[in-house]
Design a protein around this ligand. Structure first.
Ligand code: ZN
Length: 112
């Protein structure tokens, strides 16, 4: 999966992606930055559902950028974390057991 496909899939889901990764972004009000700390320098503004944020200390960016800064990893690794979360969500919420088994079989896994 390409990075821009992952971020396209992630639109509107960043709040739950962050909480699944243990990143506390608050509720849109000023709060400590999950990356650099402080008291009220960070704000999660989530423009267009893209997970955007503003920090007075370490700057602003989108959801992927925050994961990169939080884990000190590159964009590829950050997008892998997001893709992992999104796949899990898809399996649980949209696929029936049967569809899931078929999908697993197609990619070479044994039926559970
Ligand atoms: Zn910061």
């Amino acid at each position: 999966m390409k990075i821009n496909e992952v971020t396209a899939e992630a639109v509107g889901k960043w709040q739950s992606i962050f909480s699944s990764l243990g990143i506390d972004v608050g509720n849109g009000k000023h709060c400590p930055c999950p990356v650099c700390g402080g008291k009220d320098r960070f704000r999660f503004d989530n423009k267009n559902g893209r997970g955007t944020y503003i920090c007075n200390q370490c700057g602003s960016g989108d959801g992927l950028e925050l994961i990169k800064n939080y884990y000190h990893c590159d964009a590829k690794e950050a997008s892998n974390k997001v893709a992992e979360y999104l796949n899990l969500t898809v399996q649980v919420s949209h696929l029936t057991r049967c569809e899931l088994a078929q999908r697993l079989n197609r990619s070479g896994y044994h039926c559970l």
